[in-house]
Design a protein around this ligand. Structure first.
Ligand code: DGL
Length: 307
């Protein structure tokens, strides 16, 4: 980390204390934000949940690309040192666009999830569940096969899962639990029935590894495990993405030091800040101290639809 060039080091240091920008269509990306914050506790995070326009997975690629550009433009005024697109749908639709236009490194969640799956599968048959837009993009199959062309990929869209998670979060029913440890989290009969119905195509697919190709889905880990049984290893991209963030910042000499004043900030396009705060604390694992509202009109003013 030391450099003999003082001027350069002063510049690098100020970048190091800048926040990591993380965004998703809603609350799901907080699963990734939590993994990053747990592994890199000196980093500040600036999280945007585009709750008002969630779910992205039922939208057109053009719409999602526009939203990604708008959020990137919003981050551009906030001294962000690196952006994580903590949304598989937005990664599948717009990662190259974001990397070309944001002006800072941009890390998506598909390549890290694909890498984790390839490293995990023994049968070399991997299932992927994701939103319809992510499945239609074929991004996971391409990413997995670019790492190991011999791995078979069975992709299944689970169109109801994002809304299911957002609705269950809004109900407040589960928020006293620890979703990463409690084996009963989200295990209501209705949730289990819907999860098992949407996963039916995978039960006889012969997979030994399932990629949660949507950052909302780690919250459904228990119902998914119940539906598919213990023979299927469930992988999410959160930890692998965190590794990539850490390596990128370390190589650029931009990791926050242990004297950094950590300040997490959260923003939502949704109107209901109370629900965002409660569900956010549940997923992120600590209170969301600072939450602001972003008007969609403000995002639209940054990048117009036909631009
Ligand atoms: N968390 C987003 C993802 O990873 C959800 C997409 C949606 O809003 O449909 O794909």
């Amino acid at each position: 980390m030391a450099s003999t060039n003082d001027a350069w080091f002063a510049g690098a240091h100020s970048v190091a204390s800048s926040p990591i920008g993380i965004f998703d269509s809603g609350m799901g990306g907080l699963t990734v934000a939590r993994a990053i914050s747990d592994a890199l506790p000196h980093e500040s995070i600036y999280y945007v949940g585009d709750t008002q326009r969630c779910p992205y997975g039922l939208r057109t690629p053009g719409e999602v690309r526009l939203y990604v550009r708008q959020i990137g433009a919003w981050f551009a005024h906030r001294n962000i040192k690196l952006v994580v697109i903590a949304c598989n749908t937005a990664t599948a639709a717009a990662l190259p666009l974001a990397q070309r236009t944001f002006g800072v490194p941009v890390i998506g969640v598909v390549a890290p999830g694909a890498r984790a799956a390839v490293q995990t599968t023994v049968a070399r048959r991997v299932g992927v569940i994701a939103t319809p837009l992510t499945v239609a993009s074929d991004a996971y199959a391409r990413a997995i096969k670019s790492l190991d062309a011999g791995v078979e990929v069975v992709s299944v869209a689970t169109p109801g899962f994002v809304t299911l998670v957002e609705d269950e979060l809004a109900s407040g029913l589960h928020l006293h639990q620890d979703w990463r440890k409690d084996t009963q989290v989200f295990m209501t009969p209705q949730v289990c029935e819907q999860v098992s119905r949407e996963l039916a195509p995978l039960t006889r697919a012969g997979i030994d590894t399932l990629v949660l190709g949507c950052t909302h889905f780690p919250l459904l880990t228990q119902p998914i495990r119940k539906a598919l049984g213990d023979g299927v290893c469930i992988v999410s991209s959160a930890e692998e993405t965190t590794r990539e963030v850490a390596e990128t910042l370390a190589r650029r000499n931009q990791l926050a030091g242990d004297t950094n004043t950590v300040r997490h900030r959260f923003a939502t396009t949704g109107e209901d800040i109370t629900t965002f705060a409660a569900a956010g604390q549940f997923i992120f694992g600590r209170p969301l101290a600072s939450i602001e509202h972003i008007d969609i009109a403000e995002l639209e003013s940054l990048v117009e639809s036909q631009a």
